[in-house]
Design a protein around this ligand. Structure first.
Ligand SMILES: [Zn+2]
Length: 182
């Protein structure tokens, strides 16, 4: 197991241990795993059973996309029947239902439409500092939603963004993100 996954697991176990301790106290005090959300006042049921999920998704039909990533290239699909372009790629065209698609490489520059800073992170990104997620309009016509490696104070709508495909520090697997174009 790689170190980052191990560290993440330890971090989550620690965070969960505290939640489980609080849950135990709640159940002991009231007999029910129900608490009132301090912000909204809504009653929330907390399941006492733990569920750990690891997803396995078939990527057979988008093998070209995976192959592209391994060469640090990003691919999209064009429907040969109706011409619709898709990113993330679609093996079947949602518009005309054709499965006759062509794979093309995504261009390396786009324009930032909007962005947000994520400070409440999903558990699997909990080890990261606050990060920026942006939506970038690509010349092909579709938008790509991805991390933006930039100080959010420097970002402006319409700013030119460079697409990066490579091993992202922190996870060390190949993915894609944006940084301001030089
Ligand atoms: Zn189509």
């Amino acid at each position: 197991m790689s170190t980052i996954i191990q560290k993440l697991r330890e971090y989550l176990d620690k965070a969960e241990a505290e939640q489980i301790r609080q849950l135990d106290q709640l159940v002991a005090a009231t007999g029910l795993p129900v608490y009132k959300d301090p912000k909204t006042g809504a009653l929330l049921w907390v399941d006492v059973r733990e569920l750990r999920l690891r997803f396995q998704l078939s990527v057979n039909r988008i093998a070209k996309f995976v192959e592209g990533l391994s060469q640090e290239r990003l691919y999209y699909t064009v429907c040969k029947r109706c011409g619709a372009k898709y990113f993330p790629p679609q093996a079947d065209c949602p518009r005309c239902k054709s499965s006759d698609v062509e794979w093309r490489e995504v261009s390396r520059e786009g324009e930032l439409i909007t962005w947000t800073v994520i400070n409440v992170k999903p558990a699997s990104f909990a080890h990261n500092k606050d990060y920026v997620v942006g939506i970038v309009k690509m010349p092909e016509g579709f938008n790509i939603t991805a991390w933006v490696d930039a100080d959010p104070a420097t970002l402006r709508p319409g700013a030119k963004m460079r697409l990066v495909v490579g091993r992202r520090p922190g996870e060390n697997y190949i993915t894609y993100w944006f940084r301001p174009a030089p």
